[in-house]
Design a protein around this ligand. Sequence first.
Ligand SMILES: [Zn+2]
Length: 576
Amino acid sequence: MKFLGVFCVFWGSVVSGFALDREAFTFTKYDLSVRVEPEQQRLGVRGRITLRNDSITPQKDIALQVSSTLSWRSIQIAGKTVQFVTHEYNSDIDHTGTLSEAIVTLPHDVPPQGTVELDIGYEGVIPLNVTRLTQIGVPEDKAKHTDWDQIGKSFTAVRGIGYVTWYPVATESASLSDGNSIEEAIGRWKKREQSAEMKVTLTNSGASSEPPPLLLCNGKGGPGLYEQMSRVYAVTTECGYSPLGNSVPLFVIGGYSALDRASANISYFPEHKAGAEDYALAADLVDPLVTEWFGTSKIKAEVVELADPEAAPFENGSMLLTPLVNTDATRYQLNAVHQLTHAAFVSPRLWIYEGLAHFTQTSELEQQDGRQAVLDFMGTHRAAIAAAEKDILAGHATNAAAAESLINTSVEEFYRSKAMYVWWMLRDMVGEPDLKKALAAYHADQDKEPAYVQHLIEAQIHRDLEWFFDDWVYRDRGLPDFRIESAYPRATVNGGYVVTVTVENVGEAGAAVPVRVRVADGEVVKRLEVRAKSKASVRIEALTAPLEVIVNDGSVPETDMSNNSYKIEMPDKQSK
Ligand SMILES: [Zn+2]
């Protein structure tokens, strides 16, 4: 890299001379050979990547980014070294807050839809690094439990895009202090890479006469060769992602023991055997619920223990990286039901994939503690959704409704929490048996149109759900806001009462919301469909004098829950 210094000096003028489109190319194929040396915290990568120009103009320059603690060594086309310059590029998609970016100047333009193959080499170290978090004021001690990735002597865990850029990517700069820019940049990247193929041959090597620690990854493949020559070992694992889909390619190296159960495989540290057994028990307990909803799973959930007992858990597909020192059985069961749902039900759409996994958590909770416990649990998500809706209104000048709809969004509060509510509302609207039948008919490879799942549900209930999907899934219309406009009680001839309740929804999204009439010894509930910006009425019968009417039990997320109840003044003559 002796020319590096020179080029860096001129970088400012070079970069201003042309507009580099970092997101012009899709990386369609990776074939990487990755050597990890835990004792040195080192990573060395050689391989071939194939890129396709998905922009509408010919491209002469390509940006290749890896983590800033790694350095580019060589970039070639068909055996010939190509011209490239490297520099540091600030972006919080990497834990260091900076990328080591190579700008490759190609000998010829790549036309739109044209492809180019590059042979690449880069290497360096991956130590624990919390720079991007401490830069925005997160205390270091807290930050290291979030950005826990590192290659370390006794334990290695390295996640891909969004954490450690250990394989080359190309994204526009994003910052943690700039709203949702990280989620958006990663969302754009994942969308481009949905059908990309990745093959990684991982080798863990070092000097030790002990058996080397286990190397795990989240792709398809498995352990390959193990070589031991006196005190030097090398163990290889093949890891394939075909296609990449929503995967965040990751690898873990640790001295694991394994617990293989019917529903989950657990890799744990021998000293935490009790935690692993607790998790296995939780998985066994929730398995029937998941099977009831989604049938028997074809793949097993994978749990891999993280060495730091305070590490924030991380899930990708049906793999969960988590500490196993917890003793809270309910938490294990909620984690397990989420994970088992992922193993049993696959969808390329995040709002379906994650939304359903959060929804089955609520079903599990309902089985254990009843509907009110679920409403309390969902209530903890409501404020986050409302805040995200507000941010989006402020951040997007135009087109927020389309960009942040559940089918397009990369905002977690939406594809997780809001989607969980959507599934819960759908269950309330269509009933559990019909929703189960609709989901049983779901096939991920047939989900080509956003309305696919809507049509599956409609086929069961013979009712039009277009308005609901339009308000909640295809567009982001914010949340409803209900208020009771009036409630008129009338005594009936047989001694009971009929209350006519009119509900107004001043929000932009409609819903079928429960309306409750409270009486001295209980309540009567009816569901009322109140479309956006409109009013609707319902007649509810009660055996004794009605005291209060309340709209929304918390099962529909709304912006303002403080105006939802209405005291009924009973005229004396009517109450007799
Ligand atoms: Zn999940």
